[in-house]
Design a protein around this ligand. Sequence first.
Ligand SMILES: Cc1ncc(COP(=O)(O)O)c(C=O)c1O
Length: 384
Amino acid sequence: MTEWGTAGFETRAIHAGQEPDPQTGAVVPPVYQVSTYAQDGVGGLRGGYEYSRSGNPTRTALEECLASLEGGARGLAFASGLAAEDTLLRTVCAPGAHAIIGNDAYGGTYRLFARIAEPWGLEHTPVDLTDLDAVRRAVRPGATRVIWAETPTNPLLTVVDIAALAQVAHEAGALLVVDNTFASPYLQQPLALGADVVVHSTTKYLGGHSDVIGGALVVADPDLGERLAYHQNAMGSVPGPWDSWLVLRGIKTLGVRMDRHCSNAREVVSLLLDHPRVTEVFYPGLPSARGHEAATRQMRDFGGMVSFRVAGGEQEAVDICGRTKVFTLGESLGGVESLIEHPGRMTHASAAGSPLEVPDDLVRLSVGIETVDDLVADLKQALG
Ligand SMILES: Cc1ncc(COP(=O)(O)O)c(C=O)c1O
C-alpha cells in the first residue's frame, strides 16, 4: 500500500491494497471464499491468515484501500455501517461514559445510542454541533469520551466544522468521530482536519451500486486501530469476501461517480429553488445552508444529497414520493440510481418523538448519475 501513498485519489482508489495477485497476475483481488487456512505445523501460517473472521485477503485489500483513501493508519471493514458503529462504541466507551451526538443524524445511529448503548450504560446528549458553545456546555468532564458528528447530516444536510469540533473534542479529552458516509472520502477527509475516527456505511457511495451492505472505520492512531481490530475479531461483525469485493469494485469509480452525483444534484437544486410548491431546500452548496461556509472550506464539492420541504404538509410529501418514475421510492442512498424517500416515515421513523425527529413535510433525494434532464423532468411531473 505504501508505494501508492503519494499517488492521487483516483489512482489509490484503483490500486491501493490491490496489487496484481502474485501467483496468477490477476489484476483484481480474487474473492477468497474461504473460512480457514492450512498451517505448516501448528502456528505455521503461510500468508498471515488463520481464520476469516480474524482476517481474509479480500477484506484486507478493502481495508488497505479504505485507509489510503481516508489518509488513515488503519482501515477496518464491517458487515454494515451500524456494525462498525457498535464495534467502535464498545471499543472506545465503557458503561458510565458519555457521548455527545448531533441533533440531526441517521435514525439508525440515534437508535443505536438510545436503545442499545444507553441500556448498556453509555449516556448521550444530542446537541446542535454547529454551536460550539453548546457542545462545550454539554461536555461532562472526565466522562465524555466521544463527540459523534455526521457531516453533511442525514437528512437535513447541515455541515459541521470538523477542525473546530476536533479542537473542542480534544480539549475535553474526547475523540471526534465523523460519519463521512454522505461526503465519501472523495469529497472530504476528516482525519486530515483533526478527527480521530471516520465511520462509513460503505453501503452508500463507496459501494455505489445498491448491491451490498457494509461498513468501515478508519483511524489515524495505529494503537486505536489495533484495539478496534481486536474488537472486530472478538465481536465478529465482519463482511464476507464477496461483499468486501463488491465494495472494492465500487470504490474504483468513486471519483467519477461523485463528480456526476454533484453536478446532477446542482441541477436538481436549481429546479427545486424555482418551484412554487417547494418551501425550503437543504443542500450544503446554498449560501443560506447551515454550515455552508465550513462546507466550502472542507469539502471538494457539495455531494449528491438534497432534501426539501413542500407546501401541503406530510400527505403531499408522501404523495410526491409515490409519483416519481425515474427516482425510485426506497431507503438508502449513494447508488448510481436516483432514490426518493420520506424520512419521517422511512429512514428516520425511529427518531419520532426524539430531539432528532424530522419535519413531516420533508422529502429526501439521493441524486443518481442518470441523464440529468430525465431527473429534472421526473421531479417536475411529480411536484405537479
Ligand atoms: C449517515 C449514515 N450512517 C450510517 C448508516 C448505517 O449504515 P448501514 O445501513 O450500512 O448499517 C446509514 C444508513 O443509512 C447512514 O445514512
